[in-house]
Design a binder for this molecule. Structure first.
Ligand code: PMP
Length: 424
């Protein structure tokens, strides 16, 4: 840990908190964040030479694990042709086609460089299309650090107790309404109270950002019906779930068509990419066709597009069957550990994403997520780390499996959990 400690001390002098994204600082679990020197398959190695099974996977993008040969080759080939042009390239058209094929609700899609840009741009075009100013989001859902969406936000904002960020004037969030996840009646009441005000309802259709929380039966269908009835757009933020739970995300699994979809993470194969897309009539509001401005110097960057294409083209039904089998195996083993040791915890899983909430029986919304025992999570995190498993350093983040993980890693993780939970 010596090198990580030294680097972290140096980093704190020149980077706020020593990190370029807050949760990386490990404040919620304590200790020194490990500086990473390399990753290979399911494992990463820190600068002190310790190796871990990685269950963060760069917070979701690395569905094939680290340094996947096909992705590396695609990046190297693209780089050899030039890294950025700021002019259209053939790969962007191919990637757009891949997205549209996976998501039938998308007729047209625009590439950006992060999930934050995707949601920011989606709400702008939703406002332009509907001519309405308001937004409805859910407490504990995180949609990037967009001013209007940093209201009762999950992920790092929840981790640090700042779900409403400083530096965001009240005027910027005055148009954002917040409902509790899984509470359709609240959504209906809000839409009814201001019938022509809400431009869009934005939701993580399976939540990753308060830890994994599942929509209850009928919740997403209910949102679809209510938004139609009140003339608001439904935005599915599938930045995590897109290409992870199925190639076509939660929309493929449920058959629900969102009006706008936000994508990121896996779409860039580990390089910075986001995307937002939807029906032609909505997307054609964007400049240069329409008057809604949205742009980016590095949007559609050739390296990111190449990494994304290499990733998406290799993902098929077998990939998702495999991820589900691995996830189910981990769940079954962890449940046994919890039962044997009589540990009160809620284990939530959707495919290859999972969270163990300590000290609670179930979590259906942010209020229930916040009731979880975060100290017990911190002990679990460190117990797993000591045993060579790298988990998200916060209760309010999803853990991920990748296609580079195997039965061995899953079984060893469950054994490590059994030990860690006995010791703590
Ligand atoms: N939406 C969701 C659902 C996310 O999980 C995230 C990031 N974790 C974002 C948006 C923002 O993406 P980015 O960090 O790439 O800006």
């Amino acid at each position: 840990m010596k090198r990580s400690e030294k680097l972290f001390a140096e980093a704190r002098r020149v980077i706020p908190g020593g990190v370029n994204s807050p949760v990386r600082a490990w404040k919620a679990v304590g200790g020194t964040p490990r500086f990473v020197s390399r990753g290979q398959g399911a494992r990463l190695t820190d600068v002190d030479g310790r190796s871990y099974v990685d269950m963060v996977c760069s917070w979701g993008p690395l569905i094939f694990g680290h340094a996947h040969p096909g992705v590396l080759r695609a990046i190297a080939d693209a780089a050899a042709r030039g890294v950025s042009f700021g002019a259209p390239t053939p790969g962007e058209v191919e990637l757009a086609r891949e997205i549209i094929t996976a998501f039938p609700s998308i007729d047209k899609v625009r590439l950006v460089s992060s999930g934050t840009e995707a949601t920011m741009s989606a709400i702008r075009v939703a406002r332009a299309f509907t001519g309405r100013p308001g937004l409805l989001k859910f407490s504990g859902c995180y949609h990037g650090h967009v001013d209007a969406l940093l209201v009762r936000a999950g992920s790092g904002a929840a981790t640090f107790g700042t779900p409403d960020s400083e530096g965001v004037p009240e005027a910027f969030t005055a148009l954002t309404r917040v409902a509790e996840y899984n509470d359709l009646a609240a959504v209906e009441a809000m839409l009814r109270a201001t019938p022509r005000e809400i431009a869009a309802v934005i939701v993580e259709p399976v939540v990753g950002n308060m830890g994994v929380v599942l929509p209850k039966t009928g919740f997403l269908e209910g949102l679809r019906k209510l938004t139609r009835r009140f003339g608001a757009l439904l935005i599915f933020d599938e930045v995590i779930t897109g290409f992870r739970l199925a190639k076509g995300g939660v929309q493929e699994l449920t058959g629900i068509a969102a009006d706008l979809t936000c994508l990121g993470k896996i779409l860039g194969g580990g390089l910075p990419v986001g995307a937002f897309g939807g029906r032609t009539e909505i997307m054609d509001k964007l400049s240069p066709l329409g008057g809604t401005y949205q742009a980016g110097t590095l949007s559609g960057n050739p390296l990111a597009v190449a990494a994304g294409l290499a990733t998406l083209r290799e993902l098929g039904p077998k990939s998702y069957a495999r991820l589900e089998a691995l996830g189910a195996r981990l769940e079954e083993r962890l449940r046994r550990v919890l039962r044997d040791r009589r540990i009160r915890a809620a284990l939530h899983r959707a495919g290859s994403m999972w969270t163990l909430f300590f000290g609670v029986d179930r979590v259906r919304n942010f209020t229930e997520a916040r009731a979880a025992d975060t100290k017990a999570y911190a002990r679990f995190f460190h117990g797993m780390l000591e045993r060579g498993f790298y988990l998200p350093p916060s209760q309010f983040e999803a853990a991920f499996l990748s296609l580079a993980h195997g039965e061995a890693e899953v079984d060893e993780a469950a054994e490590a959990a059994a030990e860690a939970l006995s010791a703590s």
